[in-house]
Design a binder for this molecule. Structure first.
Ligand SMILES: *Cc1c(COP(=O)(O)O)cnc(C)c1O
Length: 422
């Protein structure tokens, strides 16, 4: 049955107010943040130390350092891996920008590898061809809450003497072969930005099981100072460091959210399963998958529109934008998280970092080219996708997923009406 799309003046499929905002704030958050405020130590205080211990215990790591962002934790990972100027770091061509710019922060050179269409993560088959004598690290990004194939990436790394850094910023609680992300590689980074499944406003965590990685990361984290846990500060910068420490108020918020995280993740799983069930078989849609041996957290429920089936391969991105607008008009809370692949971004195309072409012209670096044409899978994904976070998140339950599915089905079943849109 044909229904008039909301974007053309028809009624909305998802009534206003159906989808609630993330994150729900409760008494635990209020009490813990206020206790920190009244506690008198607002910089790296007791909540920071407790947050590190509790997060390490939750994830199954020996050590954790809390930071003021996930990007800071990623930069610490590269320092911990012993990277130096001109070293190459392998990064998926489709991810958040700082999965790659963390390499630039350490004067290293990002080298991109295409993704696998089904998992949207680094394609392990394509990594080997990108390894050179300069390669030091593979960054395994667990995008959208689905673990990358860490087993195969670690096997490639081991064969070439490389380190594996896990970017877990979107994947708190995701597992591969029953083991949590952040416990596979040499070290890993988590983010606690507002949109992540563990929200502390902003913030991050560096984790590792190796004491040497810990101390290298620690030096970078706090002004290049190095000291054993038993020593007092001597306020001496032994090497170049940054100020990446977390603060007590954010850590208190993070600790409160950590207590709720398993419940949030369980609810997301139920909501995503309901959404997948209701969207199954809808024409023109490619639903996200959860491959065997991997547990998805559904941080982001990413749909791809099958532009081949919809006969819009030639103008995929423009047609996708039209569908997204139509979905939003129906009240579906979907967003375009990232329309660019990384190698096409200006920072890489214009080598827009430290000026004078640095770090790419560093005498220790090998010349590297960024040709977006070399990443056809990432480009196809970038042009065909849209993603949803809010409808699956607490405090929303399955009714939000049901309303969302109704809105998506309505647009897909009446997609010919989009021809009337300019
Ligand atoms: C959010 C995110 C980051 C960066 O985390 P911040 O806390 O915002 O610095 C890095 N990588 C991925 C994949 C992310 O989603």
């Amino acid at each position: 049955m044909s229904e008039k799309l909301a974007i053309l003046g028809g009624p909305r499929a998802v009534p206003a107010g159906t989808i609630k905002d993330w994150p729900p704030i409760d008494q635990t958050d209020r009490e813990m943040v206020l206790a920190s405020l009244d506690g008198g130590n607002h910089s790296f205080g007791p909540n920071c130390k407790a947050f590190q211990e509790e997060f390490a215990a939750w994830n199954g790591n020996r050590f954790a350092i809390t930071t003021n962002s996930g990007t800071a934790a990623l930069h610490m990972c590269l320092a911990a891996c012993g990277c130096s100027a001109g070293d190459e770091v392998i990064v998926p061509a489709y991810t958040w920008s700082s999965s790659a710019t963390c390499a630039l922060h350490h004067n290293c050179i990002p080298v991109f590898v295409d993704i696998d269409f089904d998992t949207m993560n680094l394609d392990p088959d394509k990594v080997e061809a990108a390894i050179t004598a300069k390669t030091k690290v593979i960054i395994a990004v667990h995008l959208h809450g689905l673990a990358a194939d860490v087993e195969r990436l670690l096997a490639v790394a081991e064969a070439h003497g490389l380190k594996v850094v896990e970017d877990c910023c979107q994947a708190h609680g995701a597992t591969f072969a029953g083991r949590k992300v952040g416990t596979w590689g040499h070290c890993a980074a988590f983010s606690f930005n507002q949109n992540k499944c563990l929200c502390a406003g902003e913030g991050g965590m560096f984790v590792t099981d190796d004491a040497e990685f810990l101390s290298a990361a620690q030096a970078l984290w706090s002004f290049g100072e190095t000291r054993t846990p038993l020593e007092d500060r001597d306020y001496h910068a032994y090497a170049l460091g940054w100020m990446y420490r977390n603060n007590d108020l954010s850590a208190a918020f993070g600790r409160a959210e950590l207590r709720k995280l398993d419940g949030y993740l369980a609810a997301q799983k139920v909501n995503a399963a309901r959404l997948s069930e209701l969207l199954a078989g809808a024409a023109g849609l490619i639903l996200p998958t959860e491959p065997p041996r991997r547990e998805h957290t559904w941080y982001n429920y990413t749909l791809r529109f099958d532009m081949a089936a919809l006969a819009h391969e030639a103008d995929a991105a423009a047609f996708r934008d039209r569908i997204v607008k139509a979905l939003q008009a129906e009240g579906v809370r979907t967003e375009l998280w990232q329309r660019f692949i990384l190698p096409a971004m200006t920072v890489f195309q214009a080598r827009n970092a430290y000026g004078h072409g640095c770090p790419w012209v560093c005498p220790h670096a090998r010349p590297v080219e960024y040709d977006p044409g070399e990443f056809p899978v990432a480009r196809k994904h970038a042009d065909w996708h849209t993603g949803m976070t809010t409808p699956l998140r607490a405090p929303n339950g399955p009714t939000a997923a049901e309303a969302t599915a109704r809105g998506i089905r309505k647009v897909m079943e009446n997609i010919d009406q989009l021809d009337q849109l300019e």
